[in-house]
Design a protein around this ligand. Structure first.
Ligand code: SME
Length: 167
């Protein structure tokens, strides 16, 4: 399993700096992209009502900046309240393509105070790029993000898109 300790330490330091939650997410996606080089795209989607909205990401720009709950792999994760591991996206009917080269995808839900508030989404050009260890690592990262969110200046609310940036 990739070493989660440096990632968790980097996330915890966000609290001391009183960063905004998107800055916390930026640290998460940057560290995850370093730890899982098989991922060509790593991003966070935040849940706002019944729509997932793209937050910070590492990789090429995507047209899927807003995804309704229940749509695509990302929206299915929320609708089913379940992480999604897709070894080959060509076998998944409701897959929303960000890149024609993507072969596998993993979506790990971010929960805060027991409520789904967002997700980590990773794409790879390799088939079956994300194993059980990678899933476990991502669950730790998502867990840390979810636990730290209530301590951020912008709070944890899924409806705080208008929250001011940290000073
Ligand atoms: N493939 C996702 C859409 C997001 S992109 O991968 C960045 C889906 O099917 O929901």
């Amino acid at each position: 399993m990739p070493d989660a300790a440096p990632v968790l330490a980097a996330l915890s330091s966000c609290i001391q700096c009183k960063l905004h939650r998107d800055e916390l997410a930026q640290v998460a996606v940057t560290e995850v992209a370093k730890a899982l080089p098989q991922a060509g795209w790593v991003g966070v989607y935040w849940l706002h009502g019944d729509t997932l909205e793209l937050g910070p990401y590492v990789g090429p720009a995507t047209e899927h900046t807003r995804i309704p709950v229940g749509t695509g792999v990302c929206g299915t994760a929320v609708a089913e309240d379940k992480d999604q591991v897709v070894p080959d996206v060509r076998a998944r009917e409701n897959y929303l393509a960000c890149s024609a080269r993507t072969r596998s995808e993993i979506v790990v839900l971010i929960r805060s105070n027991g409520k789904v508030v967002g997700q980590l989404d990773l794409d790879s050009d390799q088939v079956d790029a994300f194993g059980k260890d990678d899933h476990g690592f991502l669950r730790m990262v998502a867990g840390a993000v979810g636990n730290l969110l209530p301590m951020m200046p912008s709070g944890v609310s899924a409806d705080d898109s208008a929250a001011p940036k940290a000073e």
